[in-house]
Design a protein around this ligand. Structure first.
Ligand code: CMC
Length: 433
C-alpha cells in the first residue's frame, strides 16, 4: 500500500465536505475511500453497474483493460497457460503461490479424491426434465450440496472452508458431466482417479460403460487451457454475486450456486453459447455484412455476441490464447475448413475494420473462440456455460475465502437514489378513480 492522502468533495452550492483517504494498491487506479461519505456529507454516490466502484481489496487477479493484461497472483496469463496445468493454477489462486512438486502432488490427490458425489444426488437428477438446460441442473445440484455437509459449514473454521473448497472444485465437473449425460439419456460415468482432472472430466462427459474411453492429449490440453483462461477474472458480475451472497454468511455451496446463476446470462458466461447460436443463425459468410449492420443498429436490440468487454478496451489476452487453441484443436481434428470457424474469422475481420467497433474499442472476447473450440471437441452448445462455471469455481472460492478472511468485510448493502412517490396517504378503494 502506498502513502495515504486525503480527498474532499465540493458541491454545486459551493460547500465542501468529507475527508476521504485515497488508497493505492500495488498497480492500477487509486481508490477514494468514501465509506464515511454518507455520515460526513449526507450524500451517497451513484454508480449503476459499479463502473467506478472498487467493492473490496483483493490480491488475487489484476486486469489492465487498456493494455490487455491479465495476471493471476502477479503471473501473466500467457505464462500460466503455457507452463502450468489447471490444478496448478487452482493452487495458485487459492494459496497465492505456485506449488512445488510435492505440494502439487498433494493438492492434485486431495482434489481427485473428492470427485465422487453422494449417491443420493443421483436421485435429484431424476426429478429434472430430460430437456432441462444443463445450467439449470447445475445451479440446482451445486446448491443442493449444502444439504450434504452440515458437519463442515462453520465459516469461522478455516479447515471447514478448505474442505468445502476442495469439494466444490472436485465435484462441480462431476455434476456438470452428470447434467449432460442426463439430457442425452446416457448412464452417469463415475470419476476415475487414475486420470488428470481434465481428462477425467472428458471421460465423464464422453465415456460410455460399453467402451474404454480413449484420452486425446491434445484435446485434454486444450480443455485444460480453457479452464485456466476462465479460472478467475477479478470482480466480474458472478464473482461479485458470490461475494455479495457470502457477505451475509451464506454457506459456500449456496454462494457458488448464486455465482452459477449469474454466470448463466448471455452478457456474461452465456455469451459463448449465444455466440455459437449467432454463428449458426448467420449461417453463411455472405450474410456477415447484414449482421454487422444489425449490431450497429441500436433499434435492432442485437449485439455481436463474443464482442466487447466491460474492462478490456483492447484485444484481451484470453482471446489471443483461445484463438491459438482454436487453431491447434481444429488442426488436430482436421477441421481447419470448418464452416463456422471460417464464418467467425470473416466476422472478426470485418468488425475489426469497421468504424463502429473500432471507435468503441469492441474486440473479440474469450467467448468468441471458446465456443468454436468446444464445439469442435464435440461439446454441445448448451454445455459451454457449465464448462465456464466449473472452471470459474476456483476463482469464486478463492474470492469467497479472501472475503471471509478480510477484517473489513461487511454485509453488502448498496444504497439507492429513490425516484418513486414521496410519502402519500392510502385512499379507500371506493374513492379511487
Ligand atoms: N455489439 C454491438 N455493440 C456493442 C457490443 C456488441 N457486442 N458491445 C457493446 N456495444 C456498444 C454499445 O451499444 C455501446 O454503444 P453506444 O456507446 O453507442 O451506446 C458501446 O458499445 C458500449 O457498450 P456498453 O454496453 O456500455 O458496454 P458494457 O461495458 O456495459 O458491456 C458487454 C460489456 C460485455 C456486456 C457488452 O460488450 C456485450 O453485451 N457484449 C456481448 C456479450 C458478450 O460477448 N459477453 C461476454 C463478455 S466476456 C466473458 C465474461 O467475462 O463473461
Amino acid at each position: 500500500m502506498g502513502k495515504q492522502k486525503n480527498a474532499s468533495l465540493s458541491f454545486p452550492d459551493g460547500s465542501t465536505g468529507g475527508n476521504f483517504p485515497v488508497l493505492s494498491g500495488t498497480v492500477g487506479p487509486q481508490a477514494v475511500d468514501i465509506r464515511s461519505m454518507l455520515a460526513e456529507t449526507g450524500k451517497v454516490t451513484y454508480d449503476p453497474g459499479f463502473l467506478s466502484t472498487a467493492s473490496c481489496r483483493s490480491s488475487i487477479t489484476y486486469i489492465d483493460g487498456d493494455k490487455g493484461v491479465l495476471l493471476y497472483r502477479g503471473y501473466p496469463i500467457e505464462q500460466l497457460a503455457a507452463q502450468c496445468d489447471y490444478l496448478e493454477v487452482c493452487y495458485l489462486l487459492l494459496f497465492g503461490e505456485l506449488p512445488n512438486k510435492e505440494q502439487k502432488l498433494e493438492f492434485d490427490t486431495k482434489v481427485i479424491r473428492h470427485t465422487m458425489v453422494h449417491d443420493q444426488i443421483n436421485n435429484f437428477f431424476r426429478g429434472f426434465r430430460r430437456d432441462a438446460h444443463p445450467m439449470a441442473v447445475l445451479v440446482g445440484t451445486v446448491g443442493a450440496l449444502s444439504a450434504f455437509y452440515h458437519d463442515s459449514l462453520d465459516l469461522d473454521n478455516p479447515s471447514h472452508r478448505d474442505i468445502s473448497a476442495y469439494r466444490l472444485i472436485a465435484k462441480t465437473p462431476t455434476l456438470a458431466a452428470m447434467a449432460y449425460k442426463y439430457t442425452i439419456g446416457q448412464p452417469f460415468v463415475y470419476p476415475s482417479n487414475s486420470l488428470s482432472y481434465t481428462a477425467n472430466f472428458m471421460r465423464m462427459l464422453f465415456g460410455v460403460p460399453a467402451e474404454e474411453y480413449q484420452v486425446n492429449e491434445v484435446l485434454v490440453r486444450a480443455l485444460d487451457r480453457i479452464f485456466i483462461l476462465h479460472a478467475d477474472h477479478e470482480q466480474n458480475a458472478s464473482t461479485s454475486t458470490v461475494r455479495l451472497a457470502g457477505s451475509s454468511g451464506a454457506n459456500p455451496f449456496a454462494c457458488i450456486a448464486a455465482g452459477i446463476a449469474c454466470l448463466w446470462g448471455p452478457a456474461h458466461g452465456g455469451a459463448n453459447e449465444a455466440c455459437l447460436d449467432m454463428l449458426e443463425e448467420i449461417g453463411d459468410v455472405s450474410r456477415v455484412g447484414e449482421y454487422i449492420e444489425k449490431a450497429k443498429d441500436k433499434d435492432s436490440g442485437f449485439r455481436l455476441m463474443g464482442f466487447g468487454h466491460r474492462v478490456y478496451k483492447n484485444y484481451e489476452p484470453r482471446a489471443i490464447l483461445m484463438r491459438e487453441t482454436c487453431h491447434e484443436v481444429l488442426g488436430e481434428l482436421g477441421l481447419e475448413n470448418d464452416r463456422l470457424f471460417k464464418l467467425a474469422m470473416e466476422l472478426e475481420r470485418i468488425a475489426l475494420e469497421d468504424d463502429y467497433f473500432v471507435e468503441r474499442k469492441l474486440y473479440p472476447n474469450v467467448d468468441f473462440y471458446s465456443g468454436i473450440v468446444q464445439r469442435a471437441m464435440g461439446i454441445p452448445n448448451n454445455m459451454f456455460t457449465c464448462i465456464f462455471a466449473l472452471a470459474r469455481t476456483v476463482g469464486w472460492i478463492a474470492q469467497w475465502q479472501e472475503m471471509i478472511s478480510d477484517p473489513e468485510q461487511k454485509i453488502g448493502r448498496p444504497r439507492q437514489l429513490y425516484t418513486g412517490q414521496a410519502k402519500r396517504d392510502v385512499v379507500p378503494i371506493s374513492q379511487r378513480g
